[in-house]
Design a protein around this ligand. Sequence first.
Ligand SMILES: Nc1ncnc2c1ncn2[C@@H]1O[C@H](COP(=O)(O)OP(=O)(O)OP(=O)(O)O)[C@@H](O)[C@H]1O
Ligand SMILES: [Mg+2]
Length: 205
Amino acid sequence: MLDSDDARGAEAVVSGCEYHGRRAVVKVRPPKTYRHPELDLHIRTTRTRNEARLLREARDAGVRTPCIYDVDMASCSITMEHVPGGSVKDLLDSDPGSAERVCGMIGETVARLHSASVCHGDLTTSNMILTDDGICLIDFSMGCSKASLEDIGVDIRLLERAFTSAHTELSSGFDALMESYYSGIDDPDAVRRKVEDIRNRGRYT
Ligand SMILES: Nc1ncnc2c1ncn2[C@@H]1O[C@H](COP(=O)(O)OP(=O)(O)OP(=O)(O)O)[C@@H](O)[C@H]1O
Ligand SMILES: [Mg+2]
């Protein structure tokens, strides 16, 4: 859900709009004048194209994502379905009691995404919306398809960090999340080892 009419991130501007009578949002990447114009255009178009492609690939894999209505490369914008519901971050902050149930759903969703070799690239609870029919993932601009074990490990490590920084009191929720995640992927031991490896790397650099 949009906090206000405009939710401003570092790169993109998300605003509510209408698309053929449907409630929609438009995510625009305006030019950044501090970047070299050619590089700026490259970053904006690459991220826009990548996000639109991954929203679709994740959806094809059975992960709930906003339906895309239009992509306009000239303005680097994606018009998509407005997904009703609050962010999982806000829910966990305001109602920690919901963690066990919600975390299991997150684990299942991410397992489905990774099983299709799609990595998200910014897997935090701010980029998840709880809808009536499960978790909807948004904000795929930093993700990739044909994900390697390393990409997948980095995704999980990001999620782990989100829980240790933003949801410190929810460690049992995170355990439930990982349990449902590992039971939903093909080679849990390999991912477990990779995440451990990335965690240790972070510790010594
Ligand atoms: N399809 C959508 N339906 C409802 N709300 C949305 C939708 N897409 C984005 N939002 C809202 O806008 C906020 C920002 O969107 P998003 O996470 O995609 O962009 P960002 O983090 O600003 O961008 P980026 O990290 O790609 O620069 C989300 O946290 C969410 O509240
Ligand atoms: Mg975001």
